[in-house]
Design a protein around this ligand. Structure first.
Ligand code: SIN
Ligand code: MN
Length: 228
């Protein structure tokens, strides 16, 4: 079993949960989808300010202005479906979190702490070594999804990132955790509305074998699965 950390109620970090083979599959799938219709682009706000990352979506499109729509406004593309292999990995990660919670305390109902979810959308971010993402809440999913605390399941592949999280939108008060290639972070239940962001991408931290096998360029892929 990979190492698990209960960061706070409803927020679990599964260290090194994704195998090397899974990470290769994730990168290759994103490389393929990323240059197809609905692939990577750099989103911006209506005032022209750009996000410091490349993005694409699966299932449903999200962007910082239009929020969730079926067709993305920037080019009219319909996002690709979530591949079956990703669905399986998400299921496995939620199961591993429940197993861990029950291992810690067999008297609890793990689903009360971290509800189950079946993803119908995924936001894929690619950060180059200067990439970042300011503190924010994920609050554009349906009111029911948020009220139930359905978790966001986040896969990290490639360079490590310094990830910030906290109950306030305040960088100085935020907790820090390094997310490395293969880590899965899940936040739902009482942590569903946690503020979070990426302060830095750590240069030259992608495992060498992963670069050799996939030709991934310097940077970090992050996939966040959600149920609308
Ligand atoms: C996000 O909050 O949408 C992405 C977080 C991450 O890159 O780890
Ligand atoms: Mn987010």
């Amino acid at each position: 079993m990979s190492q698990c950390h209960n960061l706070r109620s409803g927020m679990i970090l599964l260290k090194n949960h994704l195998s090397h083979e899974d990470q290769v599959k994730i990168i290759r799938t994103c490389q393929k989808l990323g240059i197809g219709i609905g692939g990577f682009y750099q989103p911006s706000y209506s005032d022209g300010a750009k996000l410091h990352l490349q993005m694409m979506c699966l299932g449903k499109n999200w962007d910082p202005e239009a929020k969730y729509v079926d067709i993305r406004p920037v080019d009219g593309a319909k996002p690709p479906e979530i591949p079956e292999v990703f669905q399986k990995l998400v299921k496995g990660a939620i199961q591993a979190s429940h197993d861990f919670l029950l291992h810690q305390n067999k008297h609890i109902n793990a689903e009360d702490e971290l509800p189950n979810m079946s993803p119908d959308l995924c936001i894929i971010n690619f950060y180059n070594e200067n990439g970042r993402l300011g503190l924010h809440q994920d609050r554009d999913e349906s009111p029911q999804s948020i009220a139930k605390g359905l978790p966001v399941v986040s896969f990290s592949v490639g360079n490590s990132a310094e990830f910030l999280y906290g109950v306030e939108r305040d960088v100085d008060k935020a907790e820090k955790v390094v997310l490395e290639s293969g880590d899965v972070l899940i936040f739902g239940g009482k942590s569903r509305m946690i503020f979070h962001g990426v302060s830095t991408i750590q240069a030259n931290t992608t495992p060498k074998l992963l670069i050799e096998e996939t030709n991934l360029r310097p940077g970090r892929l992050n996939l966040t699965f959600r149920q609308y």
